[in-house]
Design a protein around this ligand. Sequence first.
Ligand code: UDP
Length: 251
Amino acid sequence: MVEATGTTAPAEGVRYKRVLLKVSGEALMGQRDYGLDPEMVNRIASEVKAVIALGVQVCLVIGGGNIFRGVKGAASGMERASADYIGMLATVMNALSMQSALERMGVSTRVQSAIPMSTVCEPYIRRRAVRHMEKGRVVIFAAGTGNPFFTTDTAAALRASEMGCDGLLKGTQVDGVYTADPKKDPTAQHYERLTYMDVLTKELQVMDASAIALSRENHIPILVFSIHTPGAFAEVMQGRGKHTIITEERE
Ligand code: UDP
């Protein structure tokens, strides 16, 4: 099993000791309209493995939008809280598939769910999760925050704060934050650095406002990069590659 070096220092040139990677459920869909593309799950797992090999402790939050979104369920007449619980259960399915992909590659993992389901995975226990990470295991946090009316972005900022992460990585469809959607607007400009306030006041589509506010309060830099560029996650860990970094100050 591949494990990060735990309490020893990360490899030379690596700027982070412990990070949380947030991947949306949609990233696991690949070219499909729904569900999981095993090839995509494997690709993302190999990105995580590369970062573990650098000696960085990694935990993950995976969304559920590839299977179910509470807002959509509510729009079709379902009670919002129930719809959100279905969404949270969707994230558990994604977490289990990521666990399976990582373990097949020899990476040691644990899934911890905010909604206890003891026959499937561990319940979320903060100190236990920290211990797993110190031992170099990848902890995958499932079921979001465990509360309806929240998102997995907020869950990612919450868990990153609880775990004492020094970086919150958001793996997206594009290589950072732009002035507009670069897939629709060819004049869109890439931001190298932004402040939390910039994201909130310019209403940039990075993460929802509560996730930004929580990261800001806990001084956790947010790094936005493309989950589709092979090797990008490891490069960002070394301060290289194209990405956007969001902190309190612009410099
Ligand atoms: N969800 C929730 N509470 C949480 C996290 C998620 O109720 O703390 C539900 C919500 O319905 C959401 C769904 O789970 O629509 C899937 O999560 P999200 O939309 O954040 O996934 P992503 O967009 O990242 O794939």
